[in-house]
Design a protein around this ligand. Structure first.
Ligand SMILES: Nc1ncnc2c1ncn2[C@@H]1O[C@H](COP(=O)(O)OP(=O)(O)OP(=O)(O)O)[C@@H](O)[C@H]1O
Ligand SMILES: [Mg+2]
Length: 610
């Protein structure tokens, strides 16, 4: 259920879905609270200071009241001598104490929250990067990112502010009400008579207004999506001259936001006037009735002062509770999403670098035995069916077939991004499952279909294949990948920044960087997914040369659309609709009159002639 909701909604900063507070959510909160354990002493003192400072605040109304009484020569305090000077000094002392411990309270709470949250953040991130691929297939990156940023910030805010605020307001509320009763039961009853009316109206209006503002927010999110989409696809917008269309779409969307907001404003205005009337009405009623009680001698002026200040405390904390409760609900939602990641089953990958040594070496022999596979997100669609083939160590094999037949999927099975749903994969005649996951991934390298470079220098990007590689190794790998020349041509050479904020490399350049990266890794098995697809003939020749040196001495699997690049392969496996339809060398396959390979070769030959 949570997952379905997560998929459908983008959790931007100001749009937290709230969650119900129930047994499960309390369990979730409990799980996160265990992160407080190392800092429990600091937390305890923070809590103690919080209670003390709230309690000391409660003394203010009584002191103020007795000061007014003292001005009229009356004694109303039993604990201290009730002259104005003493009361004034005591009050300032209490205030000073209050401020003094508030400093420590805030300092301690923030420290505990920061440290705890850093621990939770780390664990969430560690868990996230060790989760299996199908976890990511079902989610958008932006959404996961928001869990790490805004969900955890929400939890942090609650720990630093909301929690303290709730305790403080709770103490002020309960203490304040006690004071009210002590000072004057009659006045308190009068107040309590007004309260239900206000509460009912506030609840009714509140819900109505909240609904309206939620709708307005949804609409605003919709219009933001338009902006995001058009900016992302700005080249499409321009190429199709659809500026006018997009402008109109955005204007319409904004108009409906404004309409909803205006409707909300009317109700909000009505509500505010009503509440203001109630608040001031209550004040007038209390003073009016209180004055009449003073006239009859039932109440002193000082007590009325005490009463009014206490009731301000009570009203203030009552008013703050709905907001606090809403924040808690949001936090519960955030907790749920964070705990979901923390509880998800991880892959058998360690986040400790020392565990990452290769334990069992793979020579490079690879066998697929009746392998079948469907993606976890679309279980009913078989992507690969009954795939069997056998590669000797050091052999060069090509996989060809029409688009969407499962070639890249096959590559991800070798890397164990997913496990087959039927059959088995063997490395060196041993089932893949019997190897450590890291052993396989450390000895299989892939030059993927779309190469993604990280934000950083070219050097760092190549070194990603072997952390800690020396400059010489990096340059050697780049030279073998035919990348050295173009890298040297940049003014900053290997330190040129690439990625989102750096220079943009062309498809072929990126591919050669990826090849250098794979070379540095020195794998037993190498997978090239369409490594030459986005290249012109000259770059293709360069990349082809780079690949030749990369493939030497290792099992290589070349997934290719351009059949000219794979003639030399020891074996060509033709896949169609997830099944192996042909297998053999280039010459053998050409002999098959009705074969798919011969047909595909024919097509490419024709194109060349044209
Ligand atoms: N993560 C995924 N979840 C669900 N289905 C997927 C996923 N990735 C790919 N598919 C589906 O699996 C099928 C095979 O995809 P795959 O990427 O393996 O094809 P391909 O042979 O590499 O195609 P191309 O030659 O165009 O690269 C396609 O129908 C695709 O829609
Ligand atoms: Mg592919």
């Amino acid at each position: 259920m949570a997952r379905a909701r997560l998929n459908s909604g983008d959790c931007s900063q100001d749009d937290f879905p709230k969650a119900k507070i129930n047994k499960k959510s309390i369990k979730n909160i409990g799980k996160l609270l265990t992160y407080l354990r190392p800092y429990r002493l600091k937390f305890f003192f923070g809590f103690l200071f919080l209670v003390l400072s709230s309690l000391s605040l409660l003394a203010l109304p009584a002191l103020m009241g007795s000061m007014v009484d003292a001005a009229q020569g009356e004694q109303t305090l039993a604990v201290i001598p009730s002259d104005m000077k003493t009361i004034g000094v005591v009050t300032f002392c209490i205030l000073a104490f209050q401020s003094f411990i508030s400093f420590f309270r805030i300092r301690l709470f923030v420290e505990v929250a920061e440290r705890t949250l850093a621990d939770i953040r780390k664990d969430t991130y560690f868990n996230l990067i060790t989760l299996p691929m199908d976890f990511f297939a079902n989610r958008r990156v932006g959404e996961l990112n928001s869990r790490l940023s805004s969900d955890l910030s929400q939890i942090q805010d609650t720990m630093t502010t909301t929690f303290a605020e709730m305790i403080r307001q709770g103490i002020l509320l309960i203490g304040g009400i006690c004071f009210l009763f002590i000072v004057s039961i009659k006045l308190t009853m009068l107040n309590l008579a007004i309260l239900p009316v206000v509460v009912v109206v506030a609840a009714f209006f509140g819900r109505f207004i909240r609904n309206l503002s939620r709708k307005a927010q949804d609409k605003l999110a919709e219009s933001n999506t338009i902006v995001q989409e058009t900016l992302q696809g700005i080249s499409n917008v321009k190429a199709f001259v659809n500026e006018a269309y997009e402008a109109k779409r955005y204007a319409n969307s904004l108009q409906s936001v404004v309409n909803l907001a205006l409707k909300g404003a009317s109700y909000r205005g009505l509500f505010a006037s009503f509440i203001l009337f109630c608040i001031f009405g209550a004040v007038v009623a209390v003073i009016w009735y209180g004055a009449s009680l003073i006239a009859t001698g039932e109440l002193t002026v000082g007590s009325l002062t005490t009463y009014i200040i206490s009731s301000l405390f009570v009203a203030g904390s009552m008013g703050s509770f709905p907001e606090l409760y809403a924040t808690v609900q949001k936090t519960v939602g955030a907790t749920e999403r964070v705990v979901e990641i923390l509880e998800e089953k991880r892959e058998d990958v360690s986040i400790v670098a020392e565990d990452n040594q290769v334990k069992e070496h793979i020579a490079g022999q690879l066998r697929f035995e009746h392998v079948g596979f469907s993606y976890p997100s679309r279980k009913e669609v078989p992507v690969l069916q009954d795939i069997s083939f056998d590669l000797d160590a050091g052999e060069k094999v090509a996989i060809v077939g029409p688009s969407g037949t499962g070639k890249s999927t096959l590559a991800s099975l070798i890397l164990r991004f997913y496990d087959p749903t039927a059959g088995q994969i063997y490395f060196d005649e041993r089932p893949a499952l019997s190897f450590k996951l890291t052993d396989i991934r450390n000895q299989v390298a892939i030059v993927p279909q779309d190469v993604l470079l990280f934000g950083g220098s070219i050097k760092e990007n190549i070194a990603y294949g072997k952390l800690g590689a020396s400059d010489e190794e990096i340059i050697e790998a780049a030279s073998k990948a035919n990348a050295h020349h173009f890298i040297e041509a940049f003014p900053e050479g290997y330190d040129t920044m690439v990625g989102e904020r750096g220079v943009k490399l062309s498809g072929g350049q990126r591919q050669r960087i990826a090849i250098a990266r794979a070379l540095l890794k020195d794998p037993a098995i190498l997978i090239l997914d369409e490594a030459t697809s986005s290249l012109d003939s000259e770059s293709e020749r360069l990349v082809q040369q780079a690949l030749e040196s990369l493939m030497k001495g290792r099992t290589s699997i070349i997934i290719a659309h351009r059949l000219s690049t794979i003639r030399e392969a020891d074996k060509i496996i033709v896949i169609d609709a997830g099944r192996v339809v042909e297998c053999g060398t280039h010459n053998e396959l050409l002999l098959n009159e009705n074969g798919l390979y011969r047909y595909l070769c024919g097509l490419q030959q024709e194109q060349k002639v044209v």
